[in-house]
Design a protein. Sequence first.
Length: 95
Amino acid sequence: MATASEARSKAARTRDHNAIRRWAEARGGHPAMVEGTEILRIDFGEPEAKLKKVSWEQFFRVFDDRDLEFLYQDQTQDGGKSRFFKFVRSGEDED
């Protein structure tokens, strides 16, 4: 059986737009794409060249068109707010 800290640090998956938006905004993030591409990112405001802010509508259009899932972690093992996430193809196993 997992301990409470292990359970907190586990990753979850979702396709729910509202859940993704709430997760990102709770961490100060906003939707972005790598400039000149449709590579999705959540921008947390740290300097990162070539990131272009986009609307949530545009972000989720690409998300849905690519049949992606949002793999994310709510809390770190020590109970802090985690910013770990990645985009995976729907049905793809975690590595």
